[in-house]
Ligand binder design. Structure first.
Ligand SMILES: [Zn+2]
Ligand SMILES: [Zn+2]
Length: 459
């Protein structure tokens, strides 16, 4: 994508007394030349005299989100103080739906057969951009993954983009989709199965971003975030071992010990860990391990996540792990049964969408890495990976202040996710995502580039 840089003055004098730390459109900023042209305008039904300059869109988004910020801060605080686990996000569902209704949207509640999903959409014709909002928490440690900030930034991004569409009278459609149960429940996988992204050809981009600690993305101190956040594939499943109970002291020879099967399985996978690639992960726990020592356990259950950077490699690794599990069952004369959970596919990074986001954050004077520059960084998985294999997708990362050694899934990260600084980062990210949405809707080149990146095999 050809990008030229020029300098343009933007009037920010009528700024609405925004939060001191929040990014403002600079008085004099390097303006990224848009690929939006009058040709594009006529194709999209926008007459050339009213062709909206990107600066105008940026200004609308900035002022609208500053205007809504007290409400958005309160919304964020409420979600953060009421953490709910996968598929139980009833408070978050109702709070989001009510926020949108008060802003004048018609909200489809309990969407796609999921109690805690919702959907709202505005616009007509043109292309469609979908903001994905996560809001589930982790058992016992609250919003230690910061999904309250995801909900806030996706909501704000949606509202900013919608306002621009309305004020500038632009074509296109913008949707917000509530995507519950990212933490292990595969909410987006169920939404995909229920048709929430159908027809996929109709969706020009699905957009969201995740809060991170600085060291998770390996940036310098002034780094705002990362665009091409590549997360790895994850097979998730439970395995049950069934044996035969017996008095553990009286006549143990009559028993078949299902806990022995689980222990042997755990040990075998631990040994296998020495012969896998450094960028792969396998971790399991024993969820049911027996009742009392003097009864030979006849039933045990383990929960496993097997992860690798690509779907193909993840399938291969799963095969090797299953060999360990089945060998453990055979060695202990127990039977084995798998309970499958949704697989999280690897998260694909769409170069065009990532570069557009980087450019838009630069217009806010925020430095965003296009790609990671260091090896061996934080690894994780997301069900947005599955969306990224279905439609062109953007899943960026924005930094929130944390203690030096604290990353996601740590109770201290939950505290960071509740701070004003975390909120400001989420809103700044929302401004970039709103512009990403607007440019995807308006610019043929951006939409076509995103589609081409999506269709290019990167496995
Ligand atoms: Zn998480
Ligand atoms: Zn998360």
């Amino acid at each position: 994508m050809a990008i030229a840089t020029t300098t343009q003055t933007v009037d920010t004098k009528q700024d609405l007394g925004c939060h001191a730390d929040q990014a403002v459109i600079k008085d004099t900023i390097p303006v990224v030349e848009t690929s939006f042209s009058e040709d594009d305008a006529s194709k999209n039904g926008v007459s050339s005299p009213s062709t909206p300059p990107l600066q105008k869109a940026r200004s609308v988004i900035h002022h609208h989100l500053e205007h809504l910020d007290p409400l958005l801060r309160e919304f964020n605080r409420q979600i953060h103080s009421n953490p709910e686990v996968a598929y139980k996000e009833f408070f978050a569902h109702d709070t989001l739906a009510s926020f949108l209704e008060k802003q004048g949207f018609v909200v489809k509640k309990h969407a796609y057969g999921l109690e805690t999903s919702f959907e709202a959409e505005i616009g007509q014709g043109g292309r469609l951009v979908v903001f994905c909002a996560e809001y589930d928490a982790l058992p016992g440690i609250g919003h230690a993954c910061g999904h309250n900030l995801i909900a806030t930034s996706s909501l704000a991004g949606f509202l900013g983009a919608v306002q621009t569409l309305k004020e500038l009278n632009l074509p296109g459609r913008i949707r917000i989709l509530g995507t519950p149960a990212e933490e292990g429940g595969g909410g987006k996988v169920k939404l995909i199965e229920a048709g929430a992204f159908n027809p996929p050809e109709d969706i020009a981009a699905a957009i969201m971003a995740h809060p991170v600690a600085l060291h998770q993305i390996g940036g310098e101190a002034d780094c705002f975030g990362l665009a091409a956040f590549k997360l790895i594939a994850s097979h998730k499943f439970r395995v049950e071992f069934s044996g035969k109970t017996a008095h553990a002291a009286g006549e143990p020879w009559k028993g078949r010990n299902a806990l022995d099967a689980a222990v042997a399985a755990y040990s075998s996978v631990a040994l296998l860990r020495q012969q896998i690639q450094p960028d792969e992960r396998m971790h399991g726990i024993i969820e049911v391990g027996g009742t009392v020592p003097n009864v030979i356990p006849e039933y045990t259950r383990m929960n496993w996540y097997i992860r690798s950077p690509t779907n193909k490699r993840c399938d291969e690794l799963l095969k090797r792990v299953k060999t360990c599990l089945e060998a453990a069952a055979a060695a202990t004369d127990c039977s084995i049964n798998y309970i499958a959970a949704p697989t999280y596919q690897n998260l694909r990074a769409n170069e065009t969408l990532c570069q557009t986001f980087v450019d838009e954050m630069a217009a806010l004077d925020k430095k965003v890495l296009l790609h990671v520059t260091k090896a061996g960084l934080f690894n994780a998985s997301t069900d947005m990976g599955n969306v990224s294999h279905l439609v062109p997708s953007f899943h960026g990362a924005f930094v929130i202040p944390t203690d030096p050694d604290v990353a996601g899934h740590n109770p201290k990260f939950a505290a960071s996710a509740g701070t004003d600084e975390g909120h400001v980062a989420a809103i700044n990210c929302a401004k970039g995502m709103a512009m990403l949405a607007i440019r995807t809707l308006l610019e043929d080149k951006t939409a076509a580039g995103a589609r081409k990146d999506f269709e290019t095999d990167d496995d």
